[in-house]
Write a protein that binds this ligand. Structure first.
Ligand SMILES: [Zn+2]
Length: 526
């Protein structure tokens, strides 16, 4: 009996389905659009509908809703309706959407199939999905590329000139990620050029702000980043309550992957973390980017954690685990725990300590190294040194020893708060370097940071000085000087730098920013 019950339950869940069937009709007025809507939910599961505040209810029962809402007209012929403005469900559902757009407008929403009729459009999303987003535009010129089997790529362009063929580039990146992760999840993918500065990715489409369309970084990093989100975030969905894992992974396999200098990228990631994060917060607490601080955490530390996983497991195991994770979590809501399961299954290693340290724990190691002695014995120089940290993080730490014979590379395994190591070199050791290529996510030392502008962009630790003379104000602060003749600036920086700044300031036609280290501040700039 119990077996039968379990079988029936499994059968129920395998056919359990919910369909979100939405109808929207736009009426254009002088200053606004009135949108009349009906929503029907067909479901054999328990569900509840959440209705946002902008929506006025006309009629409501358990499975259906009749409503309307207003959208103020903007200066551009473009309407964006996000999931926050539409009724939503507390569970994943398949979507059917019918839109009667205002005259001249073309609508687009998440869909694997789309049909155009005389005065309305129909969209079908036949897989489970979290929510719905709609964009409508008037001046779009639609171009289609059907190079790939089972996939049409569309460009909704505003008829601006593009330096590169973005459809061909998109197709190239899709092929790249298909080889890496698995088949592209959808039959359609659209790149939508917008008047407003959105840079979003939704299942089956992405938006790009039109002035950015010709920038090299769009072709090189943003486009692959948004395309990769179709796998990570837009089909393996994000469990925001338990931490957004998708940004770190996407930055790692797109922005970082296609960067020209990976060591420099890692260093800049650590520097940005120093510049923007005043108090360490765990990656599990990152939901989405809302400022430079959350970006340094979710995109920066997130990317670095995937770098460290790949470094420790090896490329093949790393990619195989990602494929396993993707196949298991496609059209489901996934979290860090699901990633951990796949990495553990493929690597056959227990990764609890790694995930606890880097995902659950807010702490970021600050490593101190001190050389204790160097002794010549049995034909070798024995360099003894101590590594200290505040917690007992497990870290594979690169140590480089500069000898008379050149640089020697080592790796030591740090497991405790305080640990002593001895390394042997044939030639006389001159200097010992800790992680000189930035392979460990850690707080940088003052001497490792460059005086980059990011430090001055952290508003909390930055002050602006005009004619001030009070030296105590600049201690441990990032300082922006409005005037080169400031007495504090004059006494803190070299004469040659001052002369250079004066020379530069004569050229009024160009703005320029010059940053140097604040000699009165730890990792602070002037
Ligand atoms: Zn992203």
């Amino acid at each position: 009996m119990r077996i039968l019950f379990v079988v029936l339950l499994l059968f129920y869940f395998s056919i359990a389905k919910t369909i979100y069937d939405l109808n929207l009709k736009f009426i254009e007025k002088e200053k606004e659009f009135i949108v009349n809507g009906t929503l029907n939910i067909k479901s054999n599961e328990e569900f509840s509908i959440y209705i946002p505040k902008n929506i006025q209810i006309i009629k409501k029962d358990k499975n259906s809703l009749e409503f309307y809402f207003k959208i103020a007209k903007s200066s551009f012929p473009e309407i964006f309706i996000s999931q926050k403005q539409l009724p939503s469900l507390d569970k994943l559902a398949k979507y059917k959407v019918k839109i009667y757009p205002p005259k001249g407008y073309i609508p687009l929403t998440e869909a694997d199939k789309s049909f155009k009729y005389k005065d309305f459009y129909e969209f079908e999303f036949p897989y489970k999905k979290q929510d719905i987003n709609i964009i409508l535009g008037k001046n779009w010129h639609i171009r289609k590329l059907a190079l790939k089997k089972d996939l049409d790529i569309y460009l909704y362009s505003l008829n601006k000139k593009h330096k590169k063929d973005i459809l061909k580039l998109a197709s190239k990146y899709i092929s790249y990620y298909e080889k890496l992760i698995g088949k592209f999840p959808y039959k359609r993918f659209s790149i939508v050029e917008t008047y407003n500065p959105y840079g979003y990715s939704f299942p089956t489409f992405t938006t790009i702000f039109y002035p950015l369309m010709n920038k090299e970084f769009i072709y090189k990093t943003s486009l692959p980043h948004e395309i990769l989100h179709q796998w990570f975030g837009c089909s393996a969905y994000i469990d925001f309550e338990n931490g957004n894992w998708a940004e770190g992974l996407t930055v790692y396999l797109a922005d970082y992957n296609f960067s020209n200098n990976k060591t420099k990228y890692r260093k800049l990631t650590l520097e940005k973390y120093e510049a923007y994060v005043d108090k360490d917060i765990s990656l599990r607490d990152f939901k989405y980017k809302k400022d430079k601080f959350s970006e340094a955490l979710g995109y920066g530390k997130g990317m670095f954690v995937f770098y460290m996983i790949e470094k420790s497991l090896g490329h093949d195991t790393f990619i195989q685990a990602l494929r396993d994770f993707y196949q298991k979590n496609k059209f489901k809501i996934a979290n860090w725990q699901n990633l951990k399961l796949s990495f553990e299954k493929i690597s056959k290693k227990n990764l609890s300590r790694f995930f606890n340290q880097w995902i659950n724990d807010a702490y970021v190691p600050k490593l101190n190294v001190k050389v204790l002695s160097s002794v010549y014995k049995n034909g070798f120089f024995h360099t003894k040194f101590e590594v200290k940290q505040k917690k007992d993080f497990e870290i594979t730490l690169p140590i480089y020893i500069k000898t008379f014979d050149g640089m020697k590379h080592f790796k030591v395994k740090v497991l405790k708060k305080k640990q002593i190591f001895t390394l042997k070199t044939k030639s006389l050791p001159i200097k010992l370097y800790l992680d000189p290529n930035y392979e460990v996510f850690r707080h940088l030392k003052d001497e490792e940071t460059d005086p980059i502008i990011h430090f001055a962009l952290n508003k909390k630790t930055t002050i602006i000085l005009d004619k001030d003379k009070d030296f105590s104000k600049v201690e441990n602060k990032n300082v922006i000087f409005k005037d080169i003749d400031n007495p504090i600036l004059k006494s803190l920086v070299d004469k040659s730098v001052l002369n250079f700044l004066k020379f530069k300031s004569l050229n009024f036609s160009k703005d320029f920013v010059y940053t140097i280290k604040n000699p009165l501040g730890n990792k602070k700039v002037l």
